[in-house]
Ligand binder design. Sequence first.
Ligand SMILES: Cc1cc2nc3c(=O)[nH]c(=O)nc-3n(C[C@H](O)[C@H](O)[C@H](O)COP(=O)(O)OP(=O)(O)OC[C@H]3O[C@@H](n4cnc5c(N)ncnc54)[C@H](O)[C@@H]3O)c2cc1C
Length: 428
Amino acid sequence: MTVRPDSSSAPVASRLLTADIAIVGAGAAGLATAIFTRRADRPPSVVLLEGAKRPGAKILVSGGGRCNVANARVEAADFSGGRRVPIGRILGGFPPERTVAFFRELGVPLHAEEEGKLFPDSNRSRDVLDALLGEIDAVGARLLTGQRVLDVVPCGDRFRVQTPTMAVDARRVVLATGGRSLPKSGSDGAGLEIARRLGHTIVPTTPALTPLLLADADPLHRELSGVSQPVALSIWIDGVRARRLYGPLLWTHFGVSGPVALDASRHYLRAELERRPVRLTLNFCGGAAFDEIDRLWIDRARARPTASIAATLASIVPASVAEALLRRLSIEGCTTLAHAGRDARRRLAHALDAWPLPVAGARGYNFAEATAGGVDLAEIDPSSMESRIRPGLFLVGEMLDADGRLGGFNFQWAWATARMAAAALAAR
Ligand SMILES: Cc1cc2nc3c(=O)[nH]c(=O)nc-3n(C[C@H](O)[C@H](O)[C@H](O)COP(=O)(O)OP(=O)(O)OC[C@H]3O[C@@H](n4cnc5c(N)ncnc54)[C@H](O)[C@@H]3O)c2cc1C
């Protein structure tokens, strides 16, 4: 049941509702918590307060309008942030098969695409959101939109949830306010401040899954804007290769985007936050080592001595990339492999192995698909999502210190945390 605040006949400033459970935020995690809780045998009363006029903005824009609802295979290793043990425990309570079954029941069958990404058969995120909102009505949860929660104040063993025009007196409160990504959707970090006031530690946040800006001194990215290519991207922290990620990279007018750059962004930004020296390099040969790449050129020179360096390089990387790299290395592309000297060959092998990406920053929360950092997971009981600091308070979804890689993992986190909280809420 969706109710706009102005649809009430009660004097606005004096409205006070009483409920067993107040949920703050009607994104993926809040909606799912309300549904799962109300499906219990003896369902508690649930009021869901959403600051935006329309709930579920991020569901609508997700997956390029197709909503990558989950992934067919989800493990704690797909997440960063808090410790893996509690993350794994939470995910284990609601594996992807149950997400598939849940959405099938809601009339939204899912199918798997490359790398296990699960999408609705209709390829419409609108269908995902409509199904969730339809179920909110069906289970009898009360959804109030345009009700931005200003604070949650403990009153004895209950809570007072305050908006500018009304208050809800509830036995339990679920915070589901998201992180800071895409703040115009309503998730601007205000919920994290509410959690902080309730005694929680907030692990400093950075954008995650956000495009990276490159320095303009030598704007290779501008020259290659629009070109996509598979790469192995290394993240070097404190001089050591901390991670290597594989996948498509998209060159853009501002820097780099595409799955591998988005996945790298949180690691880069966390290292910067911790003031640790960090740099990124690209390997254009599927992660092959320098010696293997050098050997490849020697073998090719033997097999096809009359082939040009440019033509040979263009069989490894897109032609525009080949041209741009050779120009920067001052290597004549028309030289045949037979005439290419050892020095040129080795410089080329170095470039293909570890091309430096001069990262100058990131596009920030406005372009981020997730938030790294958030409410410290160590302060949450992973078997119930209840706060260890403030009994009766539950926290779910992106506002927690766990962020998934690209591929449906963040929504799966929202569903799994919601299911865990709902089971505990319904049991009490
Ligand atoms: C462009 C984009 C594309 C994405 N695509 C995918 C994808 O395909 N697959 C995937 O797995 N993940 C994707 N994500 C990530 C995914 O959308 C989020 O991880 C997920 O929506 C988090 O759900 P949540 O309910 O925790 O938070 P949110 O979806 O952020 O919802 C929080 C809700 O709380 C409300 N709120 C906040 N503060 C208050 C307050 N004080 N009072 C009342 N209400 C409040 C907000 O208005 C919002 O409706 C994408 C994100 C973006 C930005």
